[in-house]
Design a protein around this ligand. Structure first.
Ligand code: ADP
Ligand code: MG
Length: 346
């Protein structure tokens, strides 16, 4: 177990340094690095109060992990899942809020985002020690447990109830985005006006760099572990990426990643290698990066067209980059890549 955690830390540090690296010269910023929520986390804040603010942020992240983990036996999600088909569980505000949001997002994405996907994610071993390819029959059995209508929430009593035994929920596609929103809130309360935080593939920036220029967030090239597809220059927003290269395993030469198509119960195969969302709301961005990987380029573009709140970068297997017009000016393609860039208009 220890070996596995160490290997994971090394792997994730490597992925982190290769992918969402900030190409910024950062001097005199307070910094905390930690491992939580199954990912490497890097927090940096400028200003006199930086260190104190980051310590509070670190505490909050650890607290949220204790609430949302699917595997920690004391977590609220664990309690909800253990009590599936038995009894409603009273949860704290954070947990209730996020599950309520997840239900709204299910509607918004037409079912692409579904936290009741947990039994399927588990069958593939993504929340277990050992990843594996489940049989077709097992996938079908688990899919029968995926049912948003049987996830009941009661706002008056702050309770959550899964109607059927063996149902389960998994906030893995949204929790890190929510954590980044909470961290931003804390940092702002502490008077921080310049900060950058990264939770694995989830980057969030406050204000601009201390020298007044925008933050540069590199977007990983999904076809080259060491390289970047390009750079986004941003301020006061979140840049959140989901991709086929983030968490996966290989069997008989085929690659299986961790973003599950709610219709098939298998890793989404929409021709997309990664989806990056630029959005002020980190929870929304995290949810969208996961669900647009499932929805694909066409439906993802439609989601963008019906909302004014976020920008998208799609990277496809065909070596194309599609970028929505609202953020196209912020993006610079890396000269060393062979991607063809197209702009999506409203
Ligand atoms: P990461 O957590 O690596 O940053 P994502 O944000 O894309 O990646 O979230 C992927 C996680 O979301 C999976 O590990 C699983 O826990 C969960 N998940 C997978 N498929 C779905 C889906 N269709 N809807 C909601 N959550 C999902
Ligand atoms: Mg996500």
């Amino acid at each position: 177990m220890k070996k596995r955690i160490l290997a994971m830390i090394i792997a994730i540090c490597f992925i982190f340094s290769a992918c969402q690296q900030q190409k910024n010269t950062i001097q005199d910023m307070a910094q905390i690095q930690m491992f939580a929520m199954d990912t490497f986390i890097d927090l940096k804040a400028a200003g006199e109060n930086g260190q104190q603010a980051l310590l509070k942020a670190e505490k909050e992240i650890n607290h949220l992990e204790q609430l949302f983990s699917t595997t920690l036996e004391k977590s609220e999600i664990y309690a909800i899942n253990q009590n599936a088909g038995i009894a409603p569980i009273t949860v704290t505000e954070d947990t209730f809020y996020l599950i309520q949001k997840a239900k709204q997002y299910y509607e918004f994405t037409d079912g692409a985002f579904d936290i009741t996907i947990a039994p399927v994610v588990k069958a593939w071993g993504f929340t277990e020690e050992q990843k594996r390819v489940p049989s077709e029959q097992e996938i079908q059995q688990k899919l029968e447990l995926v049912n948003q209508n049987k996830l009941h929430i009661d706002a008056e009593n702050n309770t959550v109830f899964l109607e059927k035994q063996n149902m389960a929920i998994d906030l893995g596609g949204i929790a890190k985005g929510y954590a980044s929103d909470k961290v931003n809130e804390i940092l702002k309360q502490e008077g921080i006006t310049s900060a950058v935080i990264s939770l694995g593939g989830n980057v969030s920036v406050i204000g601009k760099k201390e020298d007044g220029s925008k933050w540069k967030v590199a977007i990983q090239d999904p076809l080259n572990e060491q390289g970047f597809a390009g750079v986004l220059e941003v301020e006061d927003t979140c840049v959140i990426t989901s991709g086929v290269y983030q968490r996966f395993f290989e069997q008989y030469g085929k690659r299986y990643h961790h973003i599950i198509d709610t219709k098939t119960g298998k890793p989404a195969e929409t021709g997309l290698l990664s989806v990056t969302i630029v959005c002020k709301n980190g929870t929304m961005a995290d949810m969208l990066s996961t669900s647009i990987m499932v929805a694909g380029l066409e439906k993802g573009s439609e989601l963008w067209k019906k909302s004014q709140d976020f920008g998208v970068i799609f990277i496809t297997e065909e070596k194309e980059i599609y970028i929505t017009e609202d953020i196209s000016d912020l993006f610079t393609l890396d000269e060393d890549t062979a991607y063809k860039v197209s702009v999506i208009k409203k």
